[in-house]
Design a protein around this ligand. Structure first.
Ligand SMILES: NC(=O)c1ccc[n+]([C@@H]2O[C@H](COP(=O)([O-])OP(=O)(O)OC[C@H]3O[C@@H](n4cnc5c(N)ncnc54)[C@H](O)[C@@H]3O)[C@@H](O)[C@H]2O)c1
Length: 325
């Protein structure tokens, strides 16, 4: 199977490629524009590790550049495309909405259009729990309303979902949308809470707590997310309109305060906190039902938050010691 993973040296892309490359029968093509939204050294480090596999082929491409992207599709004749390339992050979409338009809307259009032209057997696309907005009903189900995104990031992801539906309807392109819920773990993103809190605690700096820390998140450990993606790859939708959506969540929400206590335990330090107002665009709580994915694919999240944080802090300490940061 020839599989394209876009955003291959991002947090989730790196772990996904690593898992897929362990099966030497897979040929994995990775593309990424290696942008500097966060520490490029972290991305380069992930790339170095993937390059150790003979069945990995990397190309630096921006998905919003359709000339390079369509040439790449034409040359490689992919069976499956997993689109993880996007401008991620809710807060940055307040400062820089245009980059979300380029990568998440223009870039996504290029991905579905090339998938149609080159007859991709199954396109899998990363969406987000943010599409549920400020709902009051939990756990959120795939059929719940997603018409009121609070941030432009969420708006681009919701737009992807409806664009994809129309392509499945008209062109019968098999598409699966996966809505991820706060993914965390080793090699995680420096703009996300676990990374920022751990770094501040270790460096004896105060942690910034938006909404006075009164947030609840359905934290989902990276290996569980990879389990969800890999289970779905060969289970393409077969309905008349071959389109499906799944939450990929642990269905085990935790308060941010609990999360911080676990980090403190693992760092052997107590944090100092700077309390801030609710950030525009942020939702108060996420909690996703994963029943649909469980029933469809035998998905079983395995990693508890305490175990996941322990693994992250161990990785963080080693990675930053090795890289003298
Ligand atoms: N991590 C989470 O908790 C989470 C939650 C919900 C949804 N998601 C979605 O999952 C996907 C992967 O997220 P992640 O956490 O690995 O983020 P990430 O930022 O670590 O990875 C995204 C990768 O895509 C690349 N990229 C960005 N724009 C590109 C472009 N125009 N062309 C080519 N490459 C581009 C980046 O360089 C990066 O390496 C994203 O679509 C994100 O929106 C993530």
């Amino acid at each position: 199977m020839k599989i394209l993973v876009t955003g291959c040296i991002g947090f989730i892309g790196y772990h996904l490629c690593h898992k897929l490359l362990e099966n030497s029968k897979n040929k994995i093509f990775g593309i990424d524009n290696i942008n500097n939204y966060y520490d490029v050294n972290l991305k380069k480090n992930r790339l170095q590790q993937l390059k150790k596999f003979d069945n990995f082929i990397f190309k630096k491409i921006d998905i919003s550049n359709n000339v390079s992207l369509s040439n790449n599709f034409k040359k490689n004749k992919y069976d499956i495309v997993i689109n993880l390339a996007a401008q991620a992050g809710v807060r940055y979409s307040i400062e820089n909405p245009k980059i979300y338009f380029q990568s998440n809307l223009e870039g996504f259009f290029n991905i579905i259009e090339n998938s149609r032209i080159f007859k991709i057997k199954h396109l899998i696309h990363a969406s987000t729990s943010s599409v549920y907005g400020d709902t009051k009903k939990y756990p959120t189900k795939e059929t719940d309303n997603t018409d009121n995104p609070l941030s432009f990031y969420a708006a681009t992801k919701k737009s992807n979902e409806v664009m994809a539906y129309s392509y499945s309807n008209i062109y019968k392109l098999p598409i699966t949308i996966l809505r991820f819920f706060t993914v965390y773990g080793p090699y995680g993103r420096p703009d996300m809470s676990l990374y920022k809190f751990t770094e501040s605690i270790i460096k004896n700096k105060p942690i910034n707590l938006f909404n006075n820390g009164d947030h609840v998140r359905d934290f989902t450990y990276i290996s569980d997310v990879i389990q969800g993606i890999t289970k779905i790859i060969y289970l393409k939708p077969k309905q008349k309109i071959p389109y499906q959506i799944f939450n990929v969540s642990s269905n085990n929400p935790k308060s941010l305060k609990f999360f911080i206590k676990e980090i403190e335990k693992n760092c052997n330090k107590v944090s100092t906190k700077k309390l801030l107002k609710l950030q525009k665009g942020d939702v108060h709580k996420t909690h996703g039902s994963n029943t649909k994915l469980k029933n469809y694919s035998n998905f079983k999240p395995q990693v508890k938050v305490s175990e996941g944080i322990n693994k992250f802090v161990k990785w963080f300490n080693k990675f930053y010691k090795d890289n003298h940061i």
